[in-house]
Design a protein around this ligand. Sequence first.
Ligand code: ZN
Ligand code: ZN
Length: 335
Amino acid sequence: MRKTSTYTRNERGEWRPQYKIVPAPINDWPPRFGALARWMFSFPGYLWPLNLFWVGITLATWTWLTPALEAMQTFELWWVSLILCRNLALTLLLFGGLHLYLHVFHGQGSSYRFTLKPLATNSGRFLFRNQVFDNMLRTLFSAVPIFTGFEILTYWGFANGYLGYPGVAADPFLFWGWFIFLLLMGPVIHSIHFYLGHRLLHKRWLYLRVHALHHHNVEVGPWSGLAMHPVEHAIYFSTVIVQWLMALHPVNALFQIQLAIFNAATAHTGFERIKFSDWFTIEGGSHFHYLHHKHFECNYGGSLVVLDRLFGTFHDGSEAGDAVMRQRLRAISRA
Ligand SMILES: [Zn+2]
Ligand SMILES: [Zn+2]
């Protein structure tokens, strides 16, 4: 997504960036190779700073915070609880750190925040009538056990040779080439899987029973990212199954799970960017996904592979985009 701009707020305190959301060159057909290469290697670009930072976290998690694969051939309480506790700690660090910086200590004030409305502290939509408590409980007691379950199954599967095609892994060139390719593809897989799962969740039956819970969060904070019904957690983290089918090494599967965690946190900060100083900000939110929370009927997918453009539900964030969406919804209601 391309972006540059100053920003403005309307009289309701809503902030709309002064640019349209432009899908990254990966969405273009026929391919524009020059633009693709610039997008891959520029700073900020596809690789850095964010995706390489996430890969670094995954490699550190695997190297220092995961038991040896051979020890995980049978399910035992010590290593299962070790991974669960590690995941609880990392989740508290990431989601809690972002929440404290942005919403408690107001580290960047309201710069880049989409709205000036506070997170709900007295609303019947949330457990204990408090949005942050509700979001934290659903994250720590539902999301973390469920993605930990996927992670544990991954290690057990690889340790026993049920996953990973051990015969193919003997060729080091093929092994490491495929390893790097799947790391590069991780965000793409996440984006496509998210679109498909999310469209399913907007089917009326599932929406009312499952996904509505996530949409109770109209204003969002980092903890809203994984504030979901357990069924939605299972669907969301099933993205790792793609790696179960393709990967030769468990790190590819771990990266896929962790990407789903990282993206949930950053896509719901409620801020378009995270500001470290006047001259250094990073992409720390998602205008694209914020528009989905605001309007429901647009931007179902991830902001990397913009399947919404293909299926006619893309909103580019502009006032013209509002008008196109209203027209589309009127046409649907007349049909
Ligand atoms: Zn969301
Ligand atoms: Zn939705």
